[in-house]
Design a binder for this molecule. Structure first.
Ligand code: GDP
Length: 384
C-alpha cells in the first residue's frame, strides 16, 4: 500500500496525544520524534525532515486551545498543512505556448516510464481537446522508437519518426515543422534515457532544447527511488533547466520520499503523477489531496472527480430523476455498479473513501466477487 508505512508512523504520533488537554513543548517531544522517524523511513532526506519537524513543533506549541478540537486533531491539521506546503501548495498546471505548437520535452533515466508517459500525456491532453504529436528522438534504442509507435497507435496520436541515423535535435526540429503544418496543438518529444546521468545525455538534451525551444521541459522520475528522485530533478535542473517533474509508479510500494522531497529539494514542482500502467493512469499532482492520502484520511475529491468522469452527464441526470420518483431499479443499480468498476480496481476506489483505507485485499476480492454474482443475477432477470 502506497504510503502505508508513513501513514501508520504518523498515526503513532497522534496516538501519543490522546487524552492530553493542550499541546505543550513537553508532550509533543515524543510525537515529533515519531514524525521525524516516519519521514526518514519514507526516504525523505534528513535536512527536509528536520526542517519539517521544526516548523510543525513551532506551530504546535504556539497554537491556542480551540473549543471542540482535541490536541491530536490540531496536530493532524498542522502536519497536513505543512505537508501541503512541502509539496508546493497549489497544483502546478502545465503551461501552453501562446501561439503555435506547445513543445513538451520529456527527459529521464531508463526504465522510469518515460516512453509510457509520452503516450499517457498525449492521451491526457487529447481528453482536454488538444491535438498531439509524439516525436521519437531516442535514437539509441530502436526498440524505444517501436514502443512509442505502438503506444501512439494505442492512443490514436501520430508519431513522428526518422530512424536512428538522424541527430535527435534534427528529429525534434523536423517533428515540430510537421506539427506546425498540421496545426497540432502539442508536440511531445521523447528523448534518450541512460542508466545514469552522463555528459553526453545532458549535452544532447541541451541541443534538443535549443533546437525546439520547449515550453515545458519535464523530467520523468520514478517514485520508487525516493529521495534520489529529488536529487535527479535538482541535477537536471542545474544542467539543462527544467520546468518540472513527472512522478511515475505512485501505485507501487513507494514510500513517499520522492513525492515529499522533489519540490523542497529542487525548487521544481511535480506537475503530473503516473499511477499505473494504463494510458489513463496519469493525473495532475494535487499537494492537498496527496497530503490527505498520506494522513490516511482518504481522498474524497479524487473519488468524486473519477466518478463524474465515468458517469456520463445524461446518465447522472436520468438517475437523479429516477431516484426522485423512486423508480430506481436493478438495471439502474447494475449501471452504477459498472460505472464504479470502470473507475479502476475496487481497492483503488475504496482507498479514496475515508476510513476505507484499511480494507484488506481479501475483503476486496470478496466484494468484487459478490458484485460479479449480483451482475449475473440481474442480467438473468427479464425486464419487468
Ligand atoms: P522508459 O525506459 O523510461 O521509457 O520506461 P517505459 O516507459 O518503457 O516503462 C518501463 C516500465 O514501467 C513499463 O513496464 C511500464 O509499463 C512501467 N510503468 C510506467 N509508468 C508506470 C506507472 O505509473 N505505474 C506502474 N505500475 N508501472 C509503470
Amino acid at each position: 500500500e502506497m504510503f502505508g508505512q508513513l501513514t501508520s508512523g504518523l498515526e503513532s504520533a497522534w496516538n501519543k496525544l490522546k487524552g492530553e488537554e493542550v499541546l505543550t513543548k513537553e508532550n509533543i517531544t515524543e510525537p515529533m520524534r515519531d514524525i521525524r522517524r516516519a519521514l526518514l523511513e519514507a526516504d525523505v532526506s534528513l535536512p527536509v525532515a528536520r526542517r519539517f519537524v521544526q516548523s510543525v513543533s513551532e506551530q504546535a506549541v504556539g497554537v491556542g486551545l480551540i473549543r471542540g478540537v482535541k490536541p491530536d486533531q490540531q496536530l493532524v491539521k498542522i502536519v497536513r498543512d505543512e505537508l501541503v506546503k512541502l509539496m508546493g501548495g497549489e497544483v502546478s498546471e502545465l503551461v501552453f505556448a501562446k501561439s503555435g505548437p506547445t513543445v513538451i520535452l520529456l527527459a529521464g533515466l531508463q526504465g522510469v516510464g518515460k516512453t509510457t508517459v509520452c503516450a499517457k500525456l498525449a492521451f491526457y491532453l487529447k481528453k482536454q481537446g488538444k491535438s498531439c504529436m509524439l516525436v521519437a528522438a531516442d535514437v539509441y534504442r530502436p526498440a524505444a522508437i517501436d514502443q512509442l509507435v505502438i503506444l501512439g497507435e494505442q492512443v490514436k496520436v501520430p508519431v513522428y519518426t526518422a530512424g536512428t541515423d538522424t541527430k535527435p535535435s534534427d528529429i525534434a526540429k523536423q517533428g515540430l515543422q510537421e506539427a506546425k503544418k498540421k496545426n497540432t496543438d502539442v508536440v511531445i518529444v521523447d528523448t534518450a534515457g541512460r542508466l545514469q546521468i552522463d555528459k553526453a545525455m545532458m549535452d544532447e538534451l541541451k541541443e534538443v532544447k535549443r533546437a525546439v525551444n520547449p515550453t515545458e521541459v519535464l523530467l520523468v522520475v520514478d517514485a520508487m527511488t525516493g529521495q534520489e528522485a529529488a536529487g535527479l530533478v535538482t541535477a537536471f535542473n542545474l544542467e539543462i533547466g527544467i520546468t518540472g517533474a513527472i512522478l511515475t509508479k505512485l501505485d507501487g510500494d513507494s514510500r513517499g520520499g520522492a513525492a515529499l522531497s522533489v519540490r523542497e529539494v529542487s525548487g521544481k514542482p511535480i506537475k503530473l503523477v503516473g499511477r499505473g500502467e494504463r494510458m489513463e493512469d496519469l493525473e495532475p499532482f494535487y499537494p492537498d489531496r496527496m497530503a490527505g492520502r498520506i494522513l490516511g484520511m482518504g481522498d474524497v475529491l479524487s473519488f468524486v472527480e473519477k466518478a463524474q468522469e465515468v458517469m456520463r452527464q445524461e446518465d447522472a441526470e436520468d438517475l437523479q430523476k429516477k431516484i426522485m420518483s423512486t423508480k430506481f431499479d436493478f438495471n439502474d443499480f447494475l449501471k452504477q455498479t459498472r460505472a464504479v468498476a470502470q473507475m479502476g480496481s475496487m481497492s483503488r476506489v475504496l482507498g479514496m473513501i475515508p476510513g476505507m483505507g484499511k480494507v484488506t485485499p481479501a475483503q476486496i476480492r470478496e466484494a468484487e466477487k459478490s458484485l460479479k454474482i449480483m451482475e449475473g443475477m440481474i442480467e438473468a432477470m427479464t425486464p419487468g
